[in-house]
Design a protein around this ligand. Structure first.
Ligand code: FAD
Length: 487
C-alpha cells in the first residue's frame, strides 16, 4: 500500500535515497542501499542491472521504467558504444552531471570530481520546455515530487543537481565531492592519463582515463583551451533568496516571469518614486526559496548607498570593499517587497552556505566563450580526448535563461563526440564533427531548435534544425591535436 512504511530494509533505504535533500545524504543512503543489496557501484558495467534485479520495489520500478526507456535508445547501442572508455568529468554542476549521465548510458566508466562538499545554490533556473521534458524523462518526478509543479517552469540549482546526482549514481557513475581537480598528469611508464586531485581520494588506486570533460563553470578554463571575452554595456545583477515557509498566504502571491522596464513602465516608475530603486527588470520565482533576480541601475545603487564610490572599472565598482552589504540587503528586500505588492508575509532572507543572508550582486557585463569545444592530446602514444560543456564552454546571458538549455545541448553534443571516439572514428574526424556542431550552439534559441523534443537524443540531427557534421573539415582542426611525444 502506498502509505505504509516499507518493511524491507532495502525499500526503506531506497526511500531515504530518493527523498534525500543534501548531497551528503544522497551519497550516504545510496552507499547503504548498495551495501544492503550487496551490489558494488565499482562494478559499473553490470551495476544498474543488478540493482534493478535486487531491488524489487514498486517505487523503484517507476524509476527503472524511465531509465530503461532512455537507455534503450539505439544511439547507446545497448550501453556498449563506449564500453572501453573511461571518462573523468570535472564539476558536478548541472551540466557536468548531465554529461556524466549520458556517458554512463553509452557504457563508459565515469568518475565525476567536485570541489564543493555540498550542493548549496538556492538560485532558481528558468527551464525551457525541452529541458523540463528531458529532466522529467530521466525520472525527475520520482526523485523530486515538486519538480515543475508551479505555474512557471523552474528549479533551484541545488535541486537540479540532486536529481541528476541520483540518476548518475543509479547508472554506476562514481561521484567524489570535496575533491578538487588540480590538473592533468601526463602518461608515464605504463600509466595512462591521470588527474592531480586534492585531497587524493584513492592514494593507491589511480583512475586512468582517455576522455576528460571539463564542466567547471564559467571561470574554469583547462589547459589547451582559449576563451574569448565578450563585453557588453555595464549590467549589474542582484539575486536574493527569502525563506519559503510554504504557507497558504505565500502560495497566493503571484510569480513574476520577468518584467522588463519597456513593458511595464508604470511599475518601474512607481518603484523608483516610492523607494528610490531603479531597475531594468525583475523576476520572481516561488521555489524552495522565494527567489528574486533583477538588473539594477548603477545610479540608484550609488544613491541608496549600496555602492560606495563610482568607478568606471566594473571590478573595482563591485569590489567587496566598495559595497555596503547592509544597504544591499535593504535594497533587495525593498525591491522584493514592492514587486510582490508586500503580500509575502514575514520576508526573511534565506541563508547561504556561510550562514549569511543569501543576497549577491554581480556584474554580467563580461562573458566568456571558448574558441573551440574539443581537442586531443597525445603523449607516449596515449591519446586523451578533451571536451568542454556548460558555462565552461559558453557562459550564458542569464536574463535569456539559456544556461541549462544550451548547457544540456553541449552535454549531448559532447556525448555524441565521445560515442564516435568510442566507436573508433578517426580522431581528427571526431574533432571536426564536434567543432561543426559547436558552431550552431550560440545561435540556439527556444524557437530555432527542432519542435519535436520527444525525439531529442545525443545525435545532433535530432535537435538542431540544420546540422552539417562536415561544416568544419579535418584539415581545419589539425591545430586541435596536440602531440608532443617524449622518445
Ligand atoms: P556550474 O553550475 O558553475 O558548475 C560547475 C561546478 O564545477 C561547480 O560545482 C564547481 O564547484 C565545480 N568546479 C569548478 N572548478 C573545479 C575544480 N577545479 N575541481 C572540482 N570541481 C570544480 N540558466 C538557466 O538555464 N536559466 C536561468 O534562469 C538562469 N538564471 C541565472 C541567473 C543568474 C543570476 C546566474 C548567475 C546564472 C543563471 N543561469 C541560468 C545560468 C546557470 O546558472 C548556469 O548556466 C549553470 O549553472 C551552468 O552549469 P555548469 O554545470 O556548466 O556550471
Amino acid at each position: 500500500m502506498a502509505n505504509q512504511e516499507p518493511t524491507d530494509p532495502s525499500h526503506a533505504l531506497f526511500d531515504l535515497f530518493v527523498t534525500a535533500e543534501s548531497c551528503r545524504d544522497v551519497q550516504k543512503h545510496f552507499s547503504d542501499l548498495c551495501e544492503q543489496l550487496q551490489v558494488d557501484p565499482k562494478d559499473f558495467r553490470v551495476f544498474y542491472s543488478k540493482l534493478k534485479e535486487r531491488l524489487n520495489y514498486w517505487k523503484a520500478k517507476d524509476l527503472w521504467v524511465k531509465i530503461d526507456k532512455r537507455a534503450s535508445h539505439k544511439d547507446y547501442q545497448q550501453r556498449k558504444a563506449c564500453a572501453e572508455n573511461k571518462c573523468l568529468v570535472l564539476g558536478a554542476g548541472p551540466c557536468g552531471l548531465r554529461a556524466a549521465v549520458e556517458l554512463a548510458l553509452l557504457g563508459a566508466q565515469v568518475l565525476v570530481v567536485e570541489k564543493r562538499a555540498s550542493f548549496s545554490r538556492n538560485n532558481v533556473l528558468h527551464l525551457w520546455p525541452y529541458t523540463v521534458y528531458d529532466i522529467r524523462e530521466l525520472g525527475a518526478k520520482k526523485l523530486y515530487g515538486r519538480f515543475c509543479t508551479g505555474t512557471l517552469e523552474h528549479i533551484s540549482i541545488r535541486q537540479l543537481q540532486l536529481i541528476l546526482l541520483k540518476v548518475a549514481l543509479v547508472l554506476g557513475v562514481e561521484v567524489l565531492t570535496a575533491v578538487e581537480f588540480q590538473g592533468l598528469e601526463e602518461p608515464s611508464g605504463n600509466k595512462g592519463w591521470t588527474a592531480k586531485l586534492h585531497p587524493n581520494p584513492h592514494p593507491t588506486l589511480v583512475f586512468e582515463f582517455d576522455v576528460f570533460i571539463s564542466a567547471g563553470g564559467g571561470s574554469f578554463i583547462p589547459d589547451g583551451f582559449k576563451h574569448k571575452e565578450l563585453r557588453a554595456r555595464l549590467a549589474i545583477g542582484i539575486t536574493a533568496n527569502f525563506t519559503n515557509r510554504r504557507t497558504a498566504a505565500e502560495a497566493q502571491v503571484k510569480e513574476i516571469a520577468g518584467v522588463a522596464r519597456i513593458y511595464k513602465q508604470n511599475f518601474f516608475h512607481d518603484l523608483l518614486t516610492q523607494t528610490g530603486i531603479d531597475l531594468e527588470n525583475i523576476v520572481y520565482y516561488k521555489d524552495d526559496t522565494h527567489y528574486f533576480v533583477m538588473t539594477a541601475n548603477k545610479k540608484s545603487l550609488l544613491e541608496k548607498g549600496v555602492i560606495k564610490q563610482d568607478y568606471s572599472d566594473a571590478e573595482q565598482l563591485l569590489a567587496r570593499e566598495n559595497v555596503d552589504h547592509d544597504a544591499l540587503l535593504r535594497y533587495a528586500y525593498e525591491a522584493a517587497n514592492f514587486s510582490t505588492e508586500r503580500q509575502l508575509p514575514d520576508l526573511e532572507f534565506a541563508t547561504n552556505p556561510a550562514g549569511r543572508p543569501d543576497v549577491a550582486m554581480f556584474d554580467f557585463t563580461c562573458m566568456h566563450r571558448a574558441e573551440h569545444a574539443s581537442l586531443v592530446r597525445e603523449r607516449r602514444g596515449k591519446k586523451l580526448l578533451m571536451g568542454l560543456v556548460g558555462d565552461s564552454l559558453v557562459e550564458p546571458f542569464w536574463p535569456l535563461g539559456t544556461g541549462i538549455a544550451r548547457g544540456f545541448f553541449a552535454a549531448f553534443d559532447t556525448a555524441w563526440m565521445v560515442r564516435s571516439w568510442g566507436l573508433g572514428v578517426p580522431y581528427l574526424k571526431v574533432l571536426a564533427e564536434r567543432e561543426s556542431v559547436y558552431q550552431l550552439l550560440s545561435q540556439t534559441g527556444a524557437g530555432n531548435t527542432k519542435n519535436d523534443y520527444t525525439s531529442y537524443s545525443i545525435r545532433p540531427s535530432t535537435r538542431y534544425r540544420h546540422v552539417n557534421l562536415s561544416a568544419i573539415q579535418v584539415h581545419q582542426v589539425q591545430h586541435l591535436y596536440h602531440v608532443n611525444d617524449i622518445p
